[in-house]
Design a protein around this ligand. Structure first.
Ligand code: GLA
Length: 651
């Protein structure tokens, strides 16, 4: 259940056998290789060098290790860029070409790159597809990372025009769908359409949404073809992709994951926390500076599991300080073990560490590995040894399935809508969604992420934190689900073409909760206002909607001026505010009770997760913590008194 990211091309061949033996000795069984090795696999056009890779795979296999092979398309080599300079993407903020010299320097719309990427993928799949040591494949590497989904190139423009033609058929239909009469933006034919970039002020949001849908389709198309090629040559092998946090891909992740056997996630709790939470100030950030926020990794794990509805892999796990966040602290001792257990608890079947040995050269030389460059064992090593001993105490872990009774509906499309139209600087759809998720997790509730296209039956509570575009089929699924439904601010407010819904928000959802949003206001985050559930006071912040609530609804919360902030009609609730953590916890505690979902009282920095018959407890604080566990709990690891940064498991 453990893996490692290894770069044989970075080390003298004389080291490989010992590396492999040590990996096996540590308990590692999977080795991911070759995702950046194009310049070594094809040093010049058409001149392939597979001898070294053949030997590397043999060395790993001889040590008892299984190989996860990658397509090397995240790093097109220099000669390829020189042959076809238009492979380079164009920065949509400057209109300049992005240069060679790092990675992901390719344009998803470049026909030359599409052909070349599929060529090298075919060559590799033909050679290693049936290799007995190669048990699975990773496509490319972190598709869309470094803001590479969007390109302002000529190729993107040509492809976008064709995409528009295909989607709207008729230019008048497009003009009317986008509302192009506004500011004289009407087009006479598809050849006049521009990309929505580099304009004087904001471009039409419908145009932007179309461009984002198009760009996402380009990534999916590229990836689908790569998966098809691998499958054609690698029978019986799994195909996966290592996703970055869903918010950063700018791609429809459900569509991207569709052809995969399972999704994988690259987990860097500290680096990501630094980027996500730093702006919230030291008080919020510091307690978790060396642990990561207790809900942050699991938020992404649950999303990753939701992409295919199956268990997942952690393809890269942070082993120590990274090099790429704004600040790069060391994890607290014990966190690599804890993070690994959190992954397993949320449905990981394999945790693979990035990377075996720190690189002494190039961009990531300050990024920790399991080994230092002098080949000594770095801090994570004994933690993994401990993990391996502990895993032996849960021999049936892989047979245990994660199945939550609470679902959260989330889509990239709605993230796009909220990014395109923020309405207030402090409104951030991801933060709203994360706050809802975190409130549930603090109540000891497991959460599945689902797409609006999924069947919702079987769930007791379904939450939709922020989903402006609601389609009729989704309303039907909600009606059929039997679950208690909770819709957050902005939900149901836009048509699929980014117009206001004619019946006022929440639009089609009025069939479930007949409220009307009369107006919307955004307020500064430091100007929060009182919000009440009964007499109890909380805070409304950033976003507030003026609600018209008919008599048939019950008001669940109100603003300081007496106007309603949340209302319920039968099995559906509408929440018209962005609010503080305590409000969400109080509101959700009531709703979970209504929905007959068990909640658990947990100490502040303790989290609980269930995988089948196993319950996991995690302490994100340095202080020991006592939890209430059932009297008949059979402890496999630890006890009801959790050590600082401790893990406990009971059956
Ligand atoms: C990403 C990449 C890796 C490496 C790590 C460093 O996840 O996939 O190649 O750059 O980050 O943390």
């Amino acid at each position: 259940m453990l893996g490692i990211c290894y770069y044989p091309e970075h080390w003298p061949e004389s080291m490989w056998a010992q590396d492999a033996a040590e990996m096996y000795g540590l308990g590692i069984r999977y080795v991911r290789i070759a995702e950046f090795a194009w310049s070594r696999l094809e040093p010049s056009p058409g001149q392939y060098r597979f001898d070294w890779l053949d030997r590397a795979i043999s060395t790993l296999a001889d040590a008892g290790l299984k190989v996860v092979m990658c397509t090397p398309t995240a790093t097109p080599p220099k000669w390829l860029i020189d042959l076809y300079p238009s492979i380079l993407p164009v920065d949509i903020k400057t209109g300049h070409s992005r240069g060679f010299g790092s990675r992901r320097h390719y344009d998803f719309s470049s026909p030359d790159y599409f052909r070349e990427a599929m060529r090298i993928s075919t060559v590799l799949a033909e050679r290693y597809g049936e290799h007995p040591a190669v048990v699975g494949w990773q496509t490319d590497n972190e598709l869309a990372c470094h803001d590479t989904t969007h390109s302002g190139s000529e190729a993107a423009l040509t492809a976008f025009r064709a995409w528009c033609q295909q989607h709207y058929s008729d230019i008048d239909a497009l003009n009317s769908a986008w509302g192009n009469v506004f500011w004289s933006m009407e087009y006479r034919h598809f050849g006049e359409i521009e990309l929505p970039i580099l304009a004087v002020t904001e471009t039409n949001p419908a145009h932007q949404l179309a461009y984002r849908r198009f760009s996402s389709d380009q990534v999916v198309h590229f990836h689908d073809e790569m998966v098809r090629i691998i499958r054609a040559h690698a029978p019986g092998r799994f195909v996966t992709h290592n996703f970055i946090p869903m918010v950063d891909t700018q791609t429809d992740n459900y569509a991207l994951a569709k052809p995969l056997d399972f999704a994988s996630f690259d987990n860097y709790p500290l680096g990501r926390s630094d980027l996500f939470f730093a702006k919230r100030g030291a008080a919020m950030f510091k307690p978790y500076m060396r642990t990561g926020h207790p809900d942050f990794s699991s938020y992404y794990f649950d999303q990753t599991r939701g992409l295919t509805g199956k268990h997942f892999w952690i393809m890269e796990q942070q082993p120590g300080p990274v090099n790429w966040a704004k600040h790069n602290p060391r994890p607290e001792p014990g966190m690599v073990r804890l993070w690994s257990w959190v992954s397993f608890a949320h449905g990981a079947d394999v945790v693979s560490y990035f990377r075996w040995r720190q690189a002494p050269f190039a961009q990531e030389q300050m990024h920790a590995g399991l080994k230092r460059i002098d080949n000594s064992k770095a801090a994570a090593w004994p933690e993994i040894e401990q993990l391996v001993r502990e895993m032996a105490l849960c021999p049936d872990l892989l047979e245990q399935q994660v199945k939550a009774t609470v679902a959260m509906v989330s889509t990239t499309e709605n993230q796009w809508v909220c990014e395109i139209e923020r309405q207030g600087d402090s409104f951030n759809q991801q933060e709203v969604e994360f706050a809802w998720y975190s409130a549930l997790r603090q109540l000891g509730v497991d959460v599945d992420f689902v797409s609006p296209e999924q069947d919702l039956t079987g769930y007791k509570l379904v939450l939709v934190p922020c989903m402006p575009v609601v389609r009729p089929e989704f309303v039907k699924r909600c009606q059929d689900s039997g679950a208690l439904l909770v819709f957050g601010p902005r939900t149901g407010s836009k048509t699929t073409e980014f117009q206001l819904v004619p019946q006022l928000a929440p639009g089609l959802l009025q069939a479930l909760v007949p409220v009307k949003v009369l107006s919307v206001e955004t307020i500064r985050p430091d100007c929060a206002e009182p919000l009440f559930i009964g007499q109890k006071q909380y805070q409304s912040q950033c976003w507030r909607e003026e609600l018209e609530v008919p008599q048939s609804c019950q008001v669940l919360a109100h603003y300081h001026d007496g106007l309603p902030a949340a209302a319920q009609h039968q099995r559906a609730v509408y929440v018209a505010t962005v609010s503080c953590d305590d409000f969400l916890k109080a509101l959700f505690a009531d709703l979970l009770k209504q929905a007959c979902v068990e909640t658990v009282v947990l100490p502040h920095d303790v989290r609980l997760a269930r995988r089948g018959g196993l319950t996991f407890l995690f302490n994100y604080s340095a202080k020991p913590s006592k939890v209430a566990a059932p009297a008949n709990a059979q402890w496999l690891l630890g006890s009801a008194t959790l050590d600082g940064y401790g893990v406990a498991i009971y059956r």
